[in-house]
Ligand binder design. Sequence first.
Ligand code: DOR
Ligand code: ZN
Length: 348
Amino acid sequence: MTETKQITLHRPDDWHVHLRDGQMMQAVLPFTAKQFGRAIVMPNLADPVATSQQAVAYRERIYATLPEGVKFEPLMTAYLTDNTDAKDLAAGFKHGVFCAAKLYPAGATTNSASGVTDIEKLSAVLECMEDIGMPLLVHGEVTDPDIDLFDREHVFIDRVMKPTLNRHQGLKVVFEHITTSAAVDFVRSQGPRIGATITAHHLMINRTDIFKGGIRPHLYCLPVAKREQHRLALREAATSGESQFFLGTDTAPHAISAKEAACGCAGIFTAPAAVELYAQVFDEEHALDKFEAFASLNGPKFYGLAPNAETITLIREAWVVPDSVAVGDGTLVLPFKAGETLNWRLSD
Ligand code: DOR
Ligand code: ZN
């Protein structure tokens, strides 16, 4: 069999990204905007994006930060709280401000303190979202301190996801950054009203990698990577071509000083090589023919959007991921696979 030397596909979208704000956004946004046509922008800023007014202002800051001549569309999300105003949410959705709403169980992850304390409190909001066809994006981990960290996604399926889907039979849901074979099986069992994003890092590392030769803070994220059998299940799902699974990097930059600390932040910064990392996985799985579905077609289909009209080309060519990315305030961010060689490169 001859080796594929290059592939051309509809420009992909990133269905889960943390663009942050201010100087951090200035440093990281160009990487996402260079590769992706659109991105679902997470609302977990230090001051969460909870209202349509806040989303409009944040979207303006994103557009103002985009490098000259770069075409990129941020798709905004609402940060759900115990006090979310369903009317504001619905108006934001109707007027194209919000594309979806994000459920962070309170305390589950970075900047989730104002998240939802009990999903029951969201009943009216979810009913409204169901009525208007607004997707719910879910950080699927329980926050119960008695549940082992590595079991929190699996337990969430039974305790929260199933009852919520049962109660809201028409609600569209994205199970974000899935990390377990249980989540893969569950998503498949539910049919097309539920989708799932899969990150590049969860396709590449397992929980043992986080402790290889010592503790590796830059491989710590939430949900945390699981056992090898789960990584393999994610690879199988992503490369299956099935329309429920699509690309969402969950690129989550933190200053090196915040990662390499006694209590380091969760988040892996994959944006500098996102498309290339995924391409490598699909190549390793002999599934490059399924890459376009995962990266460029399944996501838009779920969200009821057309695929991007433009294309990108990836070339089989070695390049080295940058050692670090500088933020204007003098801090540095470390990319996933920093200093390592990848064998697919995005053509300019
Ligand atoms: O690892 C993570 N980092 N997981 C999340 O859910 C949030 C994210 C962040 O914002 O840093
Ligand atoms: Zn995230």
